[in-house]
Design a binder for this molecule. Structure first.
Ligand SMILES: Nc1ncnc2c1ncn2[C@@H]1O[C@H](COP(=O)(O)OP(=O)(O)OP(=O)(O)O)[C@@H](O)[C@H]1O
Ligand SMILES: [Ca+2]
Length: 890
């Protein structure tokens, strides 16, 4: 179909849709069922079976299974079966962990899937882009990724960057008019928008003419580029560490076997013990647990309204030292209300709260009728005309469909009895140049009933002042002399320094013949009508969040397009701007080089009147100072800064698709406080990973050493293979997982951010692992020896005592691992998962000792009460020997 040659009405006819109301929900669903989801074919997924069997791939596990087969041939059936059962249970555990991690990552992907705005049954609604069908009427705007192939029927200043499709990175201007060339290349189809391309300016409406694999993108891409989940820095470091630990564990195990054989142990017995020890001591499961803990942490973040798009960000969050945040909507409510209007040389106060339209205009305390004051009436009319938003009502609640700033102006106009709907009966909007934060203006060309045309512009007052050459003053036109400028600037400053956001309105009559090519032609030689000032209250929770960030060693920087004085006033209210802190504006920022900025950037707490491209400069300067920078953003132009920042943070509600794609964190509620929450989670996740690394490795050191010491001392084997495997499955498995779910220590947000280059064993972790590991090995051996002597050299009895001691020592030590400083710092009941995991392990220990059938399998026998006392005493040593000294120091 040559869609581009058709008139809009024919496109609607061909796709059986209605451009006024769109498809009905029922029809859309029917088409979705019939033609399928709007998706590009994806690569094949690994099946559950494959994932399950991969758990056995591990070399040592294979050797173990082989050894089991040998022992079965030798008649050791019970041992063989028990080992196989344990290996299978281990695989199941690994399988569950891997699946779980995968599932939560998939859920995450769904949450951050692109959305599309579509007309369904007469209402504009947001749906996942995969639910688009042919015939849907969609709206696209600057910052969107186009969701399907679309024939445009409206376009206002629309420009689309199509490099994903054509390789051409210069945006193409789009229009709605039919083209007359039948044959045209993709790049020439100016009235079409293609799936996967990027709206860089303006907005438009179109009809979906192809979805999924039928789109131009689908035809060139047979497979979706696999979004690389990317290993986190810690995962990568652990992978390397894993290789080292593998070698060390194997070497030590080999030593155990060699020494054992030299001391006269049976070769086969030593081989099986060695292989079991290797299986237990090689922390091959570490990366998997890290992934699970990361995934679980990510789920906790979702509960706190933060979505992680890139897993490595979870770790980087904990290193953040500067948070650069937008003001409007992130630190403030984005609920604007006009409270002051300056028009024709007079200042009016406006009463009323929020979007309620009962409010009055007053001048010096006296109520006035705005319709009797032409300058005021004109300003409000123009502000409502040059306005791409609408006031709507749903379930009795009023809301702004569009920009809250514009909504506030509409509410103010309604307070004077003017609605946009009525105005649009008297005026026709011929053309619109949408707002962008670069220009900080928006312009429309309007025609009134008598056919007279004029331009209306609204925007940042300081910018508009530059574009105006005269103003309305007491009903008369005045040339804008420097003296007049000073008067107006004073009025603006007065509003801005009381934290009001200011917007100026200006207009210019157009001669019938005058042609306006671009916004440049329009936004010049304007007549200034006046300025509206609106409040945007700070979000109540932000002040505390800023304070908490400060406590956690992080600096908060406000970045805003708003006026310097408005920004300063709000920054003070929120505690962002400390006494002596500096404010810089966009004009100054433009003049400085990155080098110069780098020198002063640490003193600056507020950047005001900035354009989006300034953000990149700020990020770079901060990074050069060695900071780890989190930067928020929502528009297309913010994307480069979001990418450059260590942690790009996009707004989930108001953010564009492009910003979300560039970000590694998305805030579902657009709230600054959520960043702080995410950082807290990020720090906690990292600490939890450290906790179980500490636990697992100390346990493994203990396991290996008890065997090595025994062999060196020419003793019998203190543990039999099946016991070692049990310890690996139960004692090392459950509590380690529970540690991954631990609550943060009280001081996580009371200490400076972690250094990003910090190693796995930093902050004393290595020492803790080795010292506690050695102690665990020593006390286990001590229990073994004592029990051996006391029982008259009953080997099974002594092995049972060693087994119980090893397990208990680990189960006590696990509580130590929860604490950075001392085990006495935290109540052991703070983490009920851990308490449960420990309880289950204890019960299982007693079962394999006291339930005769299992006792036979695990080579154990009941222990005397006295020996239990001894075992408990010895088990407590590794944890409390050092804790005591720390306790007294505290
Ligand atoms: N819809 C609009 N039409 C015309 N002018 C606008 C509009 N919205 C904002 N402005 C003007 O442009 C200025 C900058 O707005 P911009 O949206 O770039 O930044 P912001 O939203 O205030 O800041 P932040 O970066 O904190 O979100 C505002 O102070 C206002 O004067
Ligand atoms: Ca182990």
């Amino acid at each position: 179909m040559q869609w581009h040659t058709l008139a809009a009405s024919d496109v609607a006819h061909e796709t059986k849709t209605n451009v006024k109301t769109g498809l009905t929900a029922a029809e859309a669903e029917k088409r979705l069922r019939q033609f399928g989801y709007n998706e590009l074919a994806e690569g094949k997924k690994e099946s559950a079976i494959v994932v399950f069997f991969r758990q056995f791939q591990d070399f040592m596990v294979l050797v173990l299974l082989l050894a089991t087969v040998i022992s079965a041939f030798l008649g050791e059936y019970v041992d063989a079966v028990a080992i196989v059962v344990i290996v299978i249970m281990n695989a199941i555990l690994g399988f569950i962990q891997e699946r779980r991690a995968e599932k939560s990552l998939a859920a995450l992907k769904r949450l951050s899937a692109p959305q599309a705005v579509v007309l369904r049954g007469g209402e504009w609604v947001k749906v996942p882009a995969r639910e688009l069908v042919v015939g849907d009427v969609v709206r696209i705007a600057s910052g969107d990724r186009v969701g399907a192939d679309v024939r445009l029927i409206e376009a206002a200043g629309l420009e689309i960057e199509e490099s994903a499709l054509t390789g051409e990175s210069v945006p193409v201007a789009k229009s709605a008019a039919p083209l007359h060339t039948a044959q045209a290349s993709l790049g020439d189809l100016h009235n079409m928008a293609f799936m996967g391309t990027l709206v860089t300016r303006g907005n438009g409406v179109g009809i979906v003419i192809a979805t999924g694999m039928k789109t131009a993108m689908g035809q060139i891409a047979t497979m979706l580029e696999e979004a690389d989940a990317g290993a986190t820095p810690l995962q990568r470091r652990l992978e390397q560490l894993g290789k080292i630990l593998l070698v060390v564990a194997l070497a030590l195990t080999a030593a155990v076997v060699a020494v054992g054989v030299v001391q006269g142990h049976d070769l086969y017995e030593m081989f099986l013990a060695g292989v079991s020890l290797a299986v237990a001591a090689i922390p091959e499961g570490l990366p998997a647990i890290v992934t699970v803990v990361l995934a679980l942490g990510v789920q906790r973040m979702i509960k706190r309204n933060a979505i992680v798009r890139k897993l490595p960000a979870v770790e980087t969050l904990g290193c953040a030292s500067v948070i650069c945040s937008d003001k409007t909507g992130t630190m403030t409510e984005n609920m604007m209300t006009v409270t002051q209007v300056w028009a024709g040389g007079r200042t009016f106060a406006v009463s009323g709260v929020g979007l309620e339209t009962d409010g009055e205009f007053s001048e010096r305390g006296r109520t006035v009728d705005p319709n009797r004051i032409p300058a005021l009436g004109r300003l409000l009319t123009m502000a409502a005309l040059c306005n791409s938003s609408e006031l709507k009502e749903e379930n009795g609640r009023r809301y702004v469909d569009g920009d809250p700033t514009e909504g506030a102006l509409l509410v103010a106009a309604e307070k004077a009895g003017m609605t946009k709907g009525q105005l649009l009966r008297d005026y026709i909007i011929e053309r619109e140049f949408p707002f962008d934060s670069e220009r900080k203006m928006m312009t429309v060309i309007v025609r009134d009933r008598n056919g007279r045309r004029f331009i209306v512009t609204k925007g940042a007052p300081d910018v508009l002042l530059e574009r105006s050459d005269c103003l309305e003053w007491n009903g008369r036109e005045q040339v804008l002399t420097p003296a007049w400028k000073e008067t107006i600037e004073k009025a603006i400053r007065q509003m801005a320094s009381s934290a009001l956001r200011t917007i100026a309105v200006a207009y210019r009559p157009l001669a019938e013949t005058e042609r306006i090519g671009s916004e440049k032609d329009a936004e010049t030689k304007l007549r200034l009508l006046g300025v509206a000032g609106m409040i945007d209250p700070p979000r109540p929770e932000v002040k505390q969040a800023v304070a908490r960030c400060k406590e956690a060693g992080m600096k908060t920087v406000m970045i805003t397009g708003d006026h310097v004085l408005t920004a300063t006033a709000i920054a003070k209210q929120l505690g962002v701007l400390p006494p002596g802190g500096k404010v810089m504006d966009g004009a100054m920022l433009s003049k400085l080089s990155v080098d110069e900025l780098e020198r002063v950037v640490d003193e600056i707490y507020v950047f005001a009147r900035v354009a989006p491209e300034h953000k990149l400069k700020i990020v770079n300067a901060l990074k050069r100072r060695g900071h780890i920078v989190a930067m928020t953003g929502d528009g297309v132009n913010d994307a480069p800064a979001l990418k450059a920042a260590d942690i790009g943070v996009a707004m989930g509600r108001s953010g564009t698709e492009v910003a979300k794609e560039a970000a590694s964190l998305v805030l579902l509620d657009d709230n600054f406080a959520t960043i702080e929450a995410a950082i807290e989670e990020g720090r906690n996740i990292y600490e939890n990973i450290r906790k179980f690394i500490r636990y697992l490795l100390a346990s493994n050191v203990g396991e290996i050493l008890v065997m090595l010491f025994a062999m060196l001392l020419a003793l019998p084997l203190p543990l039999v293979p099946i016991q070692i495997l049990w310890v690996n499955l139960v004692t090392d498995g459950l509590p380690a997982m529970a540690l991954g779910l631990d609550q943060p220590e009280e001081n996580v947000m009371k200490r400076p951010p972690r250094r990003p280059d910090e190693g796995v064993f930093a902050r004393g972790l290595g020492w803790k692992i080795v010292s506690r590991g050695v102690l665990i090995g020593v006390v286990t051996l001590a229990a073994f020896l004592t029990a051996y002597e006391r029982s008259g050299e009953d080997l099974v009895y002594a092995q049972t005592a060693a087994f119980a001691t090893l397990v208990l020592a680990q189960l006590i030590h696990v509580f130590d691992c929860r604490c950075e400083r001392s085990v006495f710092d935290r109540s052991p009941f703070g983490n009920m998962y851990l308490v449960a995991a420990v309880a289950v392990s204890l019960v299982l220990l007693l079962v394999v000792i006291y339930y005769p059938p299992l006792a036979a399998v695990f080579h154990t026998k009941p222990l005397a009460a006295v020996d239990w006392l001894l075992i408990i005493g010895l088990s407590a040593l590794p944890t409390f020997l050092f804790a005591g000294s720390l306790f007294t120091r505290k």
